[in-house]
Design a protein around this ligand. Sequence first.
Ligand code: COA
Length: 193
Amino acid sequence: MPSSTTLSTPPLTVRLTESRAEVDSCRALRRAVFVDEGGFDLTSENDGVDVRALHLIAITIAQSHGSDGRSSSDLSDPASADQDGDQATPDDSPLPIGTLRIFETLDGNPWVQVGKVAVRRTHRSLGIGRLLMHEAERVIMDRFPQHEAIVLDAVARQAPFYTKMGYVVDAERGVYLKKGAPHVRMSKLLRPV
Ligand SMILES: CC(C)(COP(=O)(O)OP(=O)(O)OC[C@H]1O[C@@H](n2cnc3c(N)ncnc32)[C@H](O)[C@@H]1OP(=O)(O)O)[C@@H](O)C(=O)NCCC(=O)NCCS
């Protein structure tokens, strides 16, 4: 079952994307968060991984039910409407609230990688990042039972968020530059011993 919650935002559902259009809307949110807001180069969004990744999408229940008689802009949280200036996907539907992607590395490592974790700026600190990470873990245990751990490259200043989710910094590797920003490698065992 996908994760759901009721926070001070509209009720949300967090689940795997179900269409190419949903993946595109997740990519639009990532561009807003990492490129427009975070200042990363657009090329970092086109690294070729998306086609082989699973994508989680966090959307309001209203968004997931599609048209309910309101206009598409009404479907986003009223508290957030257009404060970002980044509220539309390529087909003009509202941006998802959050996203992340899950993929296996190509070098045969016994782990699964999570990346591009993004929550809409107007919806942060509401527990949505946590919901995404929990659902990622559930999906990974379901789809990749052969793997031992989840690994991620965290922007160093966000490492405390992942620590709260049970991830541990690879201290031996330390801080390294990726896409021009300090990162740390973090991991979490799927079946702690
Ligand atoms: C990082 C991000 C995904 C967190 O999402 P969020 O929905 O705001 O996080 P949550 O509200 O679920 O936070 C869960 C917990 O982590 C804490 N937390 C979140 N970000 C944190 C940070 N940067 N430093 C310390 N703690 C943090 C919260 O306070 C909360 O703690 P609590 O459970 O004790 O209350 C979001 O801030 C984001 O999209 N940032 C921009 C993109 C980005 O940097 N992505 C990560 C790239 S590695």
